[in-house]
Structure formats: structure tokens, C-alpha cells
Design a protein around this ligand. Structure first.
Ligand code: SAH
Length: 336
């Protein structure tokens, strides 16, 4: 099977059979580090909604984990009067659906984005969602580009170049790379992005994508596995380790533009959180609970500082052409 089919099957089992988040799980995400993360997302939505003229809207989240981000964001939004007409969560994992329902009793679940209602402008959030979607890998052999497949070799699963020529599947800008080079594409991610962009262009609204990644086109093997907060072999223990790949923000932006939406960013997560006011929020929380000041400063640093999540993670917004430019990104003509 292809690396993409392998990744899809392994992650479907992985997410269906556990809650992977937090110290006792395999990895920790930004909303699980601090309430300030979800609050900044909520403030970002409230600001945009106010400037758009307070239209009816729905809150949509893709891969909402434990529902922590949504509950922190919705609480922050409510302070500005931004109350969604509906809360829609796209989630495949029955276990995580249960955790989300406990936190957000009013939420409606969807298995994929096709069933989302199309009645009002959606405000869509996707944090560490796109990195979990399957990628195709292509490897340059002496006979040209081949798709990478996963085969059994003496009892172990290993990646290997397939036999069908795949030069056309490799982005033209990357085809010149030499033997041994790996190139990745993420058609599943692009399809979801373009479908969201169609909705935004038609109904209004905006989408916030936060993830780790790069601005392509770029070559490189970014498939990685994490177990118990450590890197693992992606091909050992399928379905028992978290498989992710770095997100190509340029490819997502291209898909969004193709769907008729506009794109703002990406900027680094640290920059985006600072522009949204995380330092002021930290001071306000610390003033209200002085004994927690050090803990809050530590959380802020993990989210913002370049040697933690601040640089590797990026934020990008997609918005309807009829909506205002979202806050926290480069202003037209200004510095990025
Ligand atoms: N956004 C959360 C969780 C990130 S983990 C946070 O920041 O804490 C990835 C999330 O995406 C999980 O909720 C997982 O179950 C979900 N997910 C993974 N693949 C999916 C798919 N194909 N469709 C819908 N949800 C998916």
C-alpha cells in the first residue's frame, strides 16, 4: 500500500482507540498547555466578527481533540457578544467525540466536512489537524520518480520505491532533485482546504489554520511518529503511534485561492499570539492569581518562544473576499 494509505489506516486506528493528548498520553498541543491559546483564538474570531458587522455565524472546528480550544475560545468570544448559531465539530474518533460532548453539550458532530450546514458564515478553526492527514511520498530512483509504498520485509514493515513511474505526480519545481530525494504531497489536505474556501467565498466567514510546517515547494521526508512524547519509527507499531507530516502552507494557500477565498499569513505562532495580545492576557491572569504568575509565564513561553513552539508552528487565515482582513497577520504593504 502507499504511504498515504498506510498513514490513513494507522491514524484512523490510533485516534479511534485512545485520547492521545496530555502528559499521560503521547503529545501535548497548544490548547492543552494553556487556556491563553484558545482565548487568543476566541479574541481573533470576536474581533473579525465585530468588524464584519456582527453577522449570524457558526463555530466550526476540525479535529477538536478534547474540546479545550473550543471551550476557551467560545468563553472569550461570549465576552464580546459573539455567540454562534451552531457549534459543529468534525471528528472521526468516538473517544474524542465523547470528550468533546462532555465539554460542549450543544455541539453537533460530523464525520467529515461534507455534511456541515451551509446556512450561515462559518468561522472555522483547525489546530494540529492538517498534520494528521495522509501524505503521499515520492522518491527519486535511478529510473525516475516512484511513489513510496509500505511492504513487509522479513516480518517488519519498511518503506520502498514502488514500480510505477510517478514523475507527473511530483510538483514540477521539485523534479530536478537527485537520487534518494523524497518529496511529499497532501491531496487530502488540499481537498479539505479548497472545500472550506468554497464555503467561505459563498457564505462569508474565515478559517484559522495553526500547525507546524513550511512554505513549499520543498523536498524532504517529514513523516514522523510520536509515542510517549518521544520520536518513534513510523513503520513499527502501526496504529499505536501518532503519525504526522509537516504542513506545506503554500500548498494550502494555493488550494484556498483556488476555492475563491483570500489568504493572510502565514506568520509564526509566536508572532501571531503576541499580536493578538497574549502578554497582556498573561499579566491580567497573573494579577488575578499572583501565586500562578510563574506558571503562566512558563505557559506563555512554551507557546511563544522560538526555542519552544513559537517558530516551528505557524498561523494562516483564509477569509471570504467580502470579509475584513483578519487580525495578527501582515497588513497589506506592511512587514510580515
Ligand atoms: N486540535 C486538537 C487536537 C489535535 S490532534 C488540539 O489542538 O488539541 C488531531 C485531531 O484531529 C484529533 O481530534 C483527531 O481525532 C482528529 N482527526 C485526525 N484525523 C482526522 C480526520 N481524517 N477527520 C477528522 N478528524 C481527524
Amino acid at each position: 500500500m502507499t504511504v498515504a494509505d498506510y498513514m490513513a489506516a494507522a491514524n484512523a486506528h490510533y485516534y479511534a482507540t485512545r485520547d492521545p493528548l496530555g502528559a499521560a498520553g503521547d503529545f501535548t498541543t497548544a490548547p492543552e498547555i494553556s487556556q491563553m491559546f484558545g482565548e487568543m483564538v476566541g479574541i481573533w474570531i470576536a474581533d473579525l466578527w465585530l468588524r464584519a458587522g456582527r453577522p449570524a455565524f457558526s463555530y466550526v472546528e476540525l479535529g477538536p481533540g478534547r474540546g479545550t480550544l473550543a471551550s476557551d475560545a467560545l468563553r472569550a468570544m461570549a465576552r464580546f457578544g459573539a455567540v454562534p448559531q451552531g457549534i459543529h465539530l468534525v471528528e472521526t474518533s468516538p473517544m474524542l467525540r465523547a470528550a468533546q460532548a462532555a465539554r460542549l453539550p450543544a455541539a453537533v458532530h460530523h464525520g467529515d466536512i461534507t455534511g456541515l450546514p451551509d446556512d450561515v458564515a462559518p468561522l472555522i478553526v483547525a489546530n494540529e489537524f492538517f498534520d494528521a492527514l495522509p501524505i503521499h511520498q515520492y522518491v527519486r530512483t535511478c529510473d525516475g520518480w516512484r511513489e513510496r509504498i509500505v511492504v513487509r520485509d522479513r516480518g517488519a514493515l519498511v518503506p520502498k520505491a514502488g514500480s510505477i513511474p510517478a514523475d507527473e505526480a511530483v510538483p514540477a519545481a521539485l523534479r530536478h532533485h537527485g537520487e534518494g530525494t523524497v518529496v511529499e504531497t497532501a491531496p487530502a489536505a488540499a481537498a479539505i482546504m479548497q472545500s472550506c474556501a468554497f464555503r467561505l467565498a459563498r457564505r462569508g466567514g474565515a478559517m484559522l489554520v495553526i500547525d507546524y510546517g513550511y512554505s513549499g515547494p520543498a523536498a524532504g521526508d517529514t513523516l514522523q511518529a510520536v509515542k510517549n512524547h518521544r520520536f518513534a519509527n513510523p513503520f513499527a507499531q502501526p496504529g499505536e503511534v501518532d503519525l504526522t507530516a509537516h504542513v506545506d502552507f503554500s500548498a494550502l494557500a494555493f488550494a484556498a485561492l483556488g476555492g475563491g477565498a483570500l489568504v493572510a499569513g502565514p506568520v509564526s505562532q509566536g508572532e501571531w499570539l503576541r499580536r493578538l495580545g497574549i502578554d497582556a492576557r498573561m499579566k491580567a491572569l497573573a494579577a488575578a492569581a499572583p501565586d500562578r504568575a510563574d506558571e503562566l509565564a512558563g505557559q506563555r513561553d512554551r507557546l511563544v518562544e522560538p526555542d519552544a513552539m513559537g517558530e516551528l508552528f505557524r498561523a494562516m487565515a483564509i477569509h471570504a473576499p467580502t470579509w475584513p482582513v483578519p487580525e495578527g497577520f501582515a497588513h497589506p504593504g506592511g512587514p510580515s
